[in-house]
Design a protein around this ligand. Structure first.
Ligand code: EPZ
Length: 422
C-alpha cells in the first residue's frame, strides 16, 4: 500500500550548523547503469539512499546481476546479464532509466524499453539518444510506445555531433561506445561533473576515454571491462539546496564535502544576494544577511553555466528578497510548475514561456502546497523554512528521489520540520 507522507514545516528559525553532502544522484545513476557492462564486481561507495537509486538497483537485478546495499555503498555482482528489456513500470518510475539503453545494447546486441514518457519538466524527448545509437549501427523501431533496438553485428564507433549538449545522451553514447568496435568521437558533448565522474569509474574498469568534461570526448572501444571500486562525487545540487535553506533563514553554516569548482556559476548569485561564502578545509561556509537582496538576472544553461536544477531552488530564495529578479529557463520548457505553489505562499511571480519575473516580498506565509517535481519540491521546502507560520508539503515522493533524509539534515540545522503520514 502506498503510504502518502508530507512534510510539516514551521518557518522562521535561523538555520545554523553543519550539513554533510550525499553522493551525487546524477552521477551514481549513470554509474549504476554502467556497472552492467562490467565482468567483475563493482563497489560503488558514497551511494545516496534515494528512491531513484533503488529503482536502478531493481533494473540491474531484473537484467540478471545481483545488487545490494552495504551501508553507504552499493555492490553490483559479477553475474552476466541475461535480459535485454526494462519493464514499463520501471521506465515510468524513473526517466533516467534511458541511460541503461546504450549499456544493454552493448552487452546484449539488442534492447526493448518503453518510451520514458514526458514528466514533470515537460516533454522529455530522446531523439538525440536515438539518432546517435543509429549512427553506431543500431536499428531502432518505435511503435506503441515501445522502442526496439538491434545491432546487425556489433556496435561500431562513430563521429557524433550532438545538436545540444544533452547530459543523458552523452552518457548513453559513452556507455554504448566503451565496448564498441573502433573509436567514437562525441562533439558538443555535455561537460557536467557527473559525466567526468562516470568516465573515471569506466576508466578504472579498463575503458579508454579521453576528453570527458570538455566538449569533445573520444572513446576507443575495448574487448571487456573489469569491475572497480569507485567513490561517487558529492551532490552539487544538494549543496546549493542546503546553502539556500541557510540563506533564506538568515542563518550561517557549513556545507561539508562540496567541491566549490562544481558550483562556480552559483557562488556569485549567493554573493550578489548578500551572503558571505568562504572555502573551508572540509567544504564551504555561508553566512546570510538578515534579508537577502534580489539577484537581477538568472539564466540557466548547460554546465559550467548556472544549472537548470538550481533554478527553482534559487527562485524560492528570490521570492523572499529585496528587489526584482528575472529568470530565463533555457534548458527545459516545462520547468516552472513550482511557481503556482510558491504563489500560494504569497510569492509575487509572473511567468511567461521561459521567462519568470520574481518581485521579492517581505515575508512568505506558510501554506498547504504540493511538490510538482524533484527540485520544485526542494524549492517549496526552502520557501517554507523562510516563511512565517506552518507549511504542509505533500507529494514529497518527488523530493525523496533526490534528497536523502532531508528532514533529518534540516532538523540538525535547527529547522522545525517533521515527516508525517497524510
Ligand atoms: C539530466 O537530465 C539530469 N538528470 C537532470 O537532473 C538535469 O536537469 C539535466 O540533465 C540538465 O542538466 C540526470 O542526470 C539523471 P538533458 P537529462 O538530456 O539527461 C532536451 C534533477 O533534478 N533533449 O541534458 O534528461 C531535453 O528535452 C534532474 O536531478 C532533447 O531534446 O537532460 C532538455 O530540454 C532533472 N532530446 C535538454 O535537451 C534528447 O534526446 C536537456 O536535457 C535529449 C534531451
Amino acid at each position: 500500500m502506498l503510504i502518502l507522507e508530507k512534510l510539516i514545516i514551521d518557518g522562521g528559525t535561523r538555520l545554523c550548523g553543519e550539513v554533510k553532502l550525499q553522493g551525487a544522484k546524477n552521477s551514481v545513476l549513470p554509474i549504476l547503469a554502467a556497472s552492467i557492462l562490467c565482468d567483475d564486481e563493482c563497489y560503488i561507495d558514497n551511494c545516496p539512499r534515494l528512491s531513484d537509486c533503488n529503482v536502478s538497483m531493481r533494473i540491474i537485478r531484473h537484467l540478471g546481476k545481483s545488487a545490494y546495499r552495504d551501508g553507504g555503498s552499493v555492490i553490483i555482482g559479477n553475474e552476466e546479464i541475461t535480459k535485454n528489456d526494462i519493464p514499463e513500470d520501471m521506465m515510468r518510475e524513473m526517466r533516467s532509466s534511458i541511460t541503461f539503453l546504450g549499456a544493454i545494447i552493448a552487452k546484449m546486441g539488442e534492447a526493448k524499453i518503453s518510451l520514458p514518457g514526458g514528466c514533470e519538466l515537460g516533454p522529455r524527448p530522446i531523439d538525440i539518444h536515438i539518432s546517435a545509437l543509429k549512427q553506431m549501427g543500431v536499428d531502432i523501431s518505435e511503435n506503441h510506445g515501445l522502442i526496439e533496438c538491434k545491432v546487425r553485428d556489433k556496435l561500431r564507433g562513430a563521429m557524433i555531433a550532438l545538436p545540444y549538449p544533452s547530459v543523458g545522451a552523452t552518457e548513453n553514447i559513452i556507455l554504448a561506445a566503451v565496448l564498441a568496435k573502433g573509436t567514437t568521437i562525441i562533439s558538443n558533448a555535455a561537460k557536467e561533473p557527473e559525466i567526468v565522474d562516470l568516465t573515471i569509474f569506466l576508466r578504472s574498469c579498463g575503458a579508454k576515454i579521453i576528453g570527458a568534461g570538455e566538449s569533445t570526448v573520444i572513446i576507443c572501444g575495448v574487448e571487456s571491462l573489469s569491475g572497480a571500486y569507485h567513490k561517487v562525487i558529492p551532490d552539487r545540487i544538494e549543496a546549493i539546496s542546503y546553502m539556500s535553506a541557510i540563506a533564506i533563514t538568515g542563518g550561517t553554516g557549513e556545507v561539508i564535502g562540496v567541491l566549490p569548482e562544481h558550483i562556480m556559476a552559483v557562488i556569485p548569485i549567493f554573493e550578489e544576494s548578500g551572503c558571505k561564502l568562504q572555502s573551508t578545509d572540509s567544504g564551504l561556509s555561508i553566512t546570510a544577511p538578515e534579508r537577502l537582496g534580489a539577484v537581477k538576472y538568472i539564466r540557466t544553461m548547460p554546465y559550467p553555466a548556472f544549472p537548470t536544477d538550481a533554478q527553482a531552488i534559487i527562485m524560492a530564495l528570490m521570492a523572499q528578497s529585496m528587489g526584482t529578479s528575472v529568470f530565463v529557463e533555457t534548458v527545459f520548457s516545462g520547468r516552472y510548475k513550482h511557481i503556482a505553489e510558491l504563489q500560494r505562499m504569497g510569492a509575487n511571480i509572473k511567468a511567461e514561456d521561459r521567462v519568470a519575473v520574481v518581485s521579492g516580498v517581505e515575508r512568505l506565509s506558510g501554506a498547504s502546497v504540493s511538490a510538482t517535481d524533484l527540485r520544485g519540491g526542494a524549492a517549496l521546502v526552502i520557501a517554507a523554512l523562510g516563511a512565517d507560520g506552518r507549511s504542509e508539503i505533500s507529494n514529497i515522493h518527488y523530493i525523496d528521489r533526490g534528497y536523502e533524509n532531508i528532514e533529518g539534515k534540516l532538523k540538525k540545522l535547527g529547522a522545525c520540520i517533521a515527516r508525517v503520514n497524510s
